[in-house]
Design a protein around this ligand. Structure first.
Ligand SMILES: [Cu+2]
Length: 275
């Protein structure tokens, strides 16, 4: 009887300590949200030589225009994030009779930002015209191995155009202009950002900083504009940043004019935004 009591007390003590220990552990180890929360995985592949899995994330599925991408690398042995790596991109579209590349921005650093490598590709046409692949070269600085993952990306035209191209009558150059809409448009002053690339060859589309940009926002269905807009100026790597004043919600059209040393290079295009 006494022996049973001692055993029972020991058992109760053990259960209690497990409960307390368990409680303590869960309250101390607050699980951080996964860095991929809020993004969708648009494609994945495997950089064999680097023993690294490559996953490509974005806030939306891939579309014709400037796509901000986030590359997550995983060590294929222990499945942990690889946060130190040299990552370089090479987009390619196979159109049967020919192939071409697209403008892109490699990750700026060999250190991941919140476990992922931010970069971008400006897909200049949808996958209906051919097959897009993104070659992601990984120099894994943790295991010192190199490899390439060649990943197929499905690119669709967005419901509202986010990119246009024009051929400048001044230098006969072909320019690709992408709109980076404000993440959350508001009534009032918003950032207005476009990115400009100039085609040098089928494989080279460097950033362009040579243009002067002006624009007029209007509400086409209401025949009015807005005051206090700021024309975008070049801020680096082909990105031009200005301000647009949306004085009310609804359908806005941003009509753009591009100048090359004062002469008009294009004034036929616009970007639409509805919020
Ligand atoms: Cu193409």
């Amino acid at each position: 009887m006494n022996r049973k009591r001692i055993l029972l007390s020991a058992l109760v003590l053990a259960v209690c300590s497990i409960l307390v220990f368990g409680c303590k552990k869960s309250s101390n180890n607050v699980v951080a949200p996964s860095p991929t929360v809020g993004y969708i995985k648009i494609a994945e592949g495997y950089a064999a030589g680097a023993a690294t899995k490559v996953e490509i994330y974005a806030v939306d599925s891939a579309f014709t225009g400037y796509n901000k991408l986030y590359i997550a690398l995983f060590d294929s042995v222990n499945n942990t994030f690889v946060e130190t790596a040299q990552v370089t991109l090479m987009p390619n579209m196979d159109m049967m009779s020919m192939s071409h590349s697209a403008p892109y921005e490699n990750p700026a650093s060999t250190s991941a930002v919140n476990k992922m490598f931010p970069c971008s590709v400006c897909f200049i046409m949808p996958s209906s015209g051919g097959t897009w692949t993104l070659a992601v070269t990984v120099q894994n600085l943790i295991n010192s191995k190199n490899g390439v993952a060649t990943i197929t990306i499905n690119v669709k035209d967005p419901s509202t155009a986010r990119m246009f191209s024009f051929i400048s009558p001044i230098d006969s150059g072909k320019y690709f202009v992408s709109f980076i809409p404000p993440v959350k448009p508001i009534v009032g002053i918003n950032d207005f950002e476009v990115v400009v690339y100039k085609k040098h060859s089928m494989m080279m589309f460097p950033a362009d900083s040579s243009l002067g940009i002006s624009f007029i926002p209007t509400m086409p269905t209401m025949s009015h504009s807005s005051p206090n807009n700021v024309d975008p100026v070049h801020s680096g790597k082909g990105h031009y940043k200005g301000k647009v004043n949306f004085t009310m919600t609804g359908f806005w059209r941003l009509s753009t004019t591009f100048r090359s040393s004062m002469a008009v290079a294009d004034s036929a295009h616009y970007f639409d935004i509805t919020f």
